[in-house]
Ligand binder design. Structure first.
Ligand SMILES: Nc1ncnc2c1ncn2[C@@H]1O[C@H](COP(=O)(O)OP(=O)(O)O)[C@@H](O)[C@H]1O
Ligand SMILES: [Mg+2]
Length: 251
């Protein structure tokens, strides 16, 4: 579903290369974890997948269902079923969360050639999913992410994901800022999205999240490259020994 080949990318403004020959394949049905120390390029990779204009791909390919997404703008990527949950979700003042959800869901339906949802049906679906995430309905009236706590922002991301049912989900540090109960709720939400025709990429630098969302594959990112891949036991190995051993091995 997702194939990244020899990807090189830099910050557009400064020209500093952050992603330096990254290879990664994630199949449909798979939950892949990307781990790596701070500053290794994990968030940068998520921005590049989203198509943020402040990064430039200089070499390599990103294929989604066999086709390059590099020429697609962020809205086209979203319409094609790619969803990114960022480490620091954007605050959208002036747009109530419910309104945002309506626009996002209907934009996606339009891209699929479907009619917009009727308001009662929309509210019903949103209420159902928000309830599963223990989200307060009052929150849906507030502008998206504005003044939300870390945990509330993460829940709002999972809510969008569950409503939009994307084919490729990328979650960047979903565990940061979550207490144990919220972690459980958010993980359950992600686990509910597991499906044979969906790929999920979970970016985290702690093993903790992976106790709740058990990955099929684990990839260690360091200095903009995947330096080691393995199964879930690799995450436990990292928790025990840290990154130093693997970094040395790869050097
Ligand atoms: N816009 C930017 N300007 C300058 N440096 C950046 C920018 N974005 C990312 N970086 C640098 O790129 C490296 C990778 O960052 P990031 O992708 O956030 O790492 P991670 O998410 O793995 O902690 C870091 O050294 C960071 O300082
Ligand atoms: Mg990061």
């Amino acid at each position: 579903m997702l194939e990244i080949k020899n990807l090189h990318a830099r910050i557009a403004e400064s020209g500093v290369e952050i992603i330096r020959g990254l290879n990664l394949t994630v199949k449909a049905g798979e939950v892949a974890a990307i781990m790596g120390p701070n500053g290794s390029g994990k968030s940068t990779l998520s921005y590049i997948l989203a198509g943020r204009p402040d990064y430039e791909v200089t070499e390599g390919e990103i294929l989604y269902n066999g086709e390059s997404i590099l020429e697609m703008d962020p809205a086209e990527r979203a319409a094609a079923g790619i969803f990114l949950a960022f480490q620091y979700p954007m605050e959208i003042p002036g747009v109530a969360t419910m309104e945002f959800l309506k626009v996002a869901m209907n934009a996606q339906r339009k891209a699929r050639g479907e009619e917009p949802l009727k308001i009662p049906e929309l509210i019903k679906r949103v209420k159902e999913e928000a309830g599963l995430l223990s989200m307060d309905m009052a929150m849906l009236k507030r502008p998206l992410n504005v003044g939300f706590s870390g945990g509330e922002k993460k829940r709002a991301e999972i809510l969008q994901m569950k409503l939009l049912q994307p084919n490729l989900c990328v979650l960047d540090e979903t565990d940061s800022g979550l207490d144990i109960d919220a972690l459980k709720i958010v993980s359950d939400g992600v686990n509910a999205l597991r499906s044979p025709d969906r790929a999920i990429v979970v970016i985290t630098h702690y093993q903790r999240l992976l106790e709740h969302i058990v990955p099929d594959s684990v990839h260690v990112l360091y200095k903009g490259q995947v330096i080691k891949s393995g199964d879930k036991s690799l995450a436990f190995e990292l928790e025990e020994n840290g990154y130093a051993g693997i970094i040395e091995e790869a050097a």
